[in-house]
Design a protein around this ligand. Sequence first.
Ligand code: NAD
Ligand code: ZN
Length: 340
Amino acid sequence: MKALVKSKPEEGLWMERVPLPEVGPNDVLIKVKKTAICGTDVHIWNWDEWAQKTVPVPLVTGHEFVGEVVEVGAAVTEYRVDQRVSGEGHIVCGHCRNCRAGRGHLCRNTLGVGVQRPGAFAEYLSLPQHNVVAIPDDVPDEIAAIFDPLGNAVHTALSFDLVGEDVLVTGAGPIGIMGALVAQCVGARKVVITDINPGRLALAKKLGVQHALNAREETLTHVMQRLGMTEGFDVGLEMSGAALAFRDMIDVMNNGGKIAILGIAPTGFEIDWNKVIFKMLHLKGIYGREMFETWYKMIALVQGPLDVSGLITHRIKADDFRTGFDAMRSGEAGKVVMDW
Ligand code: NAD
Ligand code: ZN
């Protein structure tokens, strides 16, 4: 089959022919229809320090996908051929304490599809049935193809009660924009998103985020005054991975505020811990999606009030993957969806 492979330990990805993935008794073989490019795939393309430490070479990459079941292993009971599916890209061990307690997202032995085991940028993907998620008929393929990052946004945004709360989202990348939209859908009062990239802020506005501001041009304190907010933000969603954005966020949180942190900042970055202490902030790190509560809530949201289709800025053929990665690397793209 055709697959986008990290075949050499250097910058780039290469479209190659590789053997079909193996289908074990508990696995489902999926014919991939659409995939989307994640920031993680860009790290793997760039072959940065993290990628060099994490990714075995050669490896089929990619983990955001939708497809159709074409074969099921002998022990698979829940899925049938022709079913439309996506799936959870974190493969968990099933036997650690958290897994056994039903908290798979906290598994300490997690392996990533397209990061540590063969991925979805391919004509076929083999996935344990436990990880497969059926897609309802009224959810379009291209939306199901971005369920992995949407799930990150939903997991982060729904970490704390948002009803009537003032929410600050730092970082208007695809996940930040989705997080802000989720907050608005579930009843947040004021939602402010920040970025330093005007293109990203324009995309946030186009998708209907209430307040999008350039952190280089206006301070958050000024925005609060403009919006008549006297005390501070109740909930923060850190979606930029920028230390500066996180520090700015801490400064404008109300006492007792809650921050969910998805953005991956440089190792060893500094914040003023005394502000965390004296403001009595709650900080929660987020990795991936809750298995599988996030998937249920996310599907319900897109079947209901949440429209993220405007976030897909590029639709390309898989063979034109270079165009897609260029767009991602430019920082101007929303989501790039590739047709297989
Ligand atoms: P992205 O890189 O597309 O978006 C990050 C945005 O933050 C960019 O638009 C950038 O311009 C903006 N930014 C940079 N400095 C800023 C500042 N000082 N203030 C405000 N905004 C600033 O990333 P994404 O795909 O939307 O993902 C968001 C973050 O989440 C990234 O850090 C990514 O690595 C991380 N991530 C974490 C997980 C997880 O499981 N924890 C999963 C996926 C992504
Ligand atoms: Zn486990």
